[in-house]
Design a protein around this ligand. Structure first.
Ligand SMILES: Cc1cc2nc3c(=O)[nH]c(=O)nc-3n(C[C@H](O)[C@H](O)[C@H](O)COP(=O)(O)OP(=O)(O)OC[C@H]3O[C@@H](n4cnc5c(N)ncnc54)[C@H](O)[C@@H]3O)c2cc1C
Length: 482
């Protein structure tokens, strides 16, 4: 028999003061804990919640328990959590307390280059999923009498969240079953559509981001489904996105300064500045570009948006409005229910054009609307001011004629704003970016970034990508198209 085990979740006030925190994250975690509590109960492990900074908790635990061991997973979090972990590591060492951290399958700590990374990723994903073999010895420990203040859950984590996905492994597994049984067939066709993607994408991201489900579990489920022989193309496309997840998390883990600074330092001179009027128009969904405004309003109200619309929002904010990506990073982090720093910052930088190694994608929100929401269903759902207009006017309300304004009872610029910037601003940005891209500093930084974050022999990488037929092979298609 081993030692008794208890589970503890720390609600750290410091984490809630970070600019990327939103109560929606806390509610999702609270729902996840409720689910986890029932699962752990089966294994004889009680789960407690404590509202405390980590150091204060472990100091107190020393005085209550004397000695103990700490088990946790390795986290790729924001700078605040990184500094906390560095401090705790020293403190545990000084106090003779063992801290055993489990590495997450999919990324590696302290990596300096990507040589062999894809192969190791493939192997890690195929390792058996951990299964609990025996019940833990019963804990005789009386939490209430030892822990003055008892259990606690902050106010912001309580209450219902009807518009959002609900947390918990049970829900994650149900959702995954639903996706593989009903939606994976339309996954590729609907991936870019803001409306249809809500039902045709897996919606696994919050479960993966908050640890309800491991990437390995999801990947192995994809392999099993592939055996069934149906929807193979959809399953392969989905499985390669699981690989992208790790690719971006690894990138952030290897160079986490990208939470604050341009990955490619050569782009710091690009003409972008925080303009409060433009920023406010963006975050309020009042830019006068219907698909942008619908996407912002939908995301801030439900916590979810498909990939293409996320990328379009970043492009609009940083190329059209010329806001620095750092201005929109915290607010978008708060909007995403699936906020994961390891994807969030590399994606923000890639979409805003500050990596140097990726092609610039300046999304045109008018074209995106015509391509992906031609009937204006998504736009009219989230921008009800436009609901009475026919689709072609709903997508481009600035083209409405005075007679049509009377006919539809719509006042241009009053019921809905005129575009906050001219549509040519994105084109002007693109020209400046392409000129800046040739600067010696950008080129030197590109070499450094390629050496650190991509597979060294890219000709081999490219070749293996084209022959990939199956996610069980080592290197699914590359996420950055490089
Ligand atoms: C600016 C920006 C910020 C983003 N921030 C986040 C974030 O904080 N958290 C997050 O999970 N995803 C983020 N993404 C990636 C992507 O948009 C979401 O993972 C995806 O839309 C989630 O929906 P889904 O679970 O239905 O994905 P599916 O299409 O069903 O994909 C399955 C899983 O693969 C992973 N995945 C899918 N697309 C990507 C991608 N492009 N890059 C990396 N991993 C991917 C996710 O874990 C996802 O759950 C961001 C994208 C952009 C452009």
């Amino acid at each position: 028999m081993g030692d008794p085990v208890i589970g503890v979740y720390l609600w750290e006030p410091g984490g809630r003061q970070c600019p990327d925190f939103d109560p929606r994250h806390a509610r999702f975690v609270a729902q996840s804990l409720d689910d986890l509590r029932s699962a752990l109960f089966t294994w004889g492990v009680p789960l407690f919640e404590v509202e405390s900074e980590a150091l204060a908790f472990f100091e107190k635990a020393c005085s209550v328990w004397g000695t103990y061991r700490v088990f946790s997973h390795q986290e790729v979090g924001n700078a605040w959590s990184f500094h906390r972990d560095v401090y705790l590591k020293g403190w545990f060492h000084d106090h003779g307390i063992d801290w055993i951290e489990w590495a997450e399958p999919g990324w590696e700590r302290g990596l300096k280059h990507r040589l062999g990374w894809d192969q190791r990723w493939g192997q890690a994903m195929r390792q058996p999923v951990f299964a609990c073999a025996q019940r833990a010895p019963a804990s005789t420990w009386d939490w209430a009498s030892h822990w003055a203040g008892g259990e606690d859950r902050p106010e912001c984590a309580r209450g219902a969240a009807p518009n959002f996905q609900q947390g918990g492994t049970t829900r994650a597994l149900t959702q995954l079953d639903y996706f593989l049984a009903n939606s994976v067939g339309s996954y590729r066709a609907h991936l870019s559509k803001p409306m249809e993607s809500r039902d045709s994408c897996s919606r696994m991201s919050p479960y993966l981001a908050w640890g309800n489900l491991s990437l390995r579990w999801a990947f192995q489920r994809a392999l099993t489904e592939l055996e069934s022989g149906q929807n193979k193309a959809g399953i392969r496309a989905w499985a390669s996105r699981l690989h992208w997840q790790s690719h971006f998390v690894q990138k952030f883990e290897s160079e986490s300064r990208m939470e604050f600074e341009d990955l490619n330092r050569g782009f710091s001179s690009l003409g972008r500045a925080h303009r409060p009027d433009r920023f406010e128009a963006f975050v309020q969904g009042q830019t006068g570009y219907p698909l942008v405004d619908a996407s912002v309003r939908c995301l801030s109200s439900t916590g979810y948006l498909n990939f293409r619309m996320r990328a379009m929002l970043v492009s609009f904010a940083t190329h059209w409005l010329r806001l620095p990506w750092q201005s929109v990073a915290p607010v978008m982090a708060r909007w995403f229910l699936d906020y994961l720093p390891g994807i969030h910052y590399p994606q923000l930088q890639m979409q805003s054009g500050t990596t140097g190694i990726n092609a610039l994608r300046v999304y045109n929100p008018i074209k995106q609307a015509l391509d992906h929401d031609p009937q204006a269903r998504f736009v009219q759902l989230w921008v009800p001011e436009l609901a009475n207009l026919p689709p072609e006017l709903g997508l481009q309300p600035w083209t409405i004629l005075p007679m049509e304004e009377l006919f539809y009872g719509f006042r241009k610029g009053k019921d809905y704003p005129e575009p906050v910037v001219d549509f040519r601003s994105g084109i002007a940005f693109s020209a400046e970016w392409h000129a800046a891209r040739k600067s010696p500093q950008v080129l030197a930084e590109n070499r450094r970034i390629l050496a650190r974050h991509t597979t060294p022999d890219r000709s081999v990488n490219r070749r293996s990508r084209t022959v990939l037929k199956d996610p069980r092979q080592a290197n699914p298609q590359h996420p950055e198209g490089v």
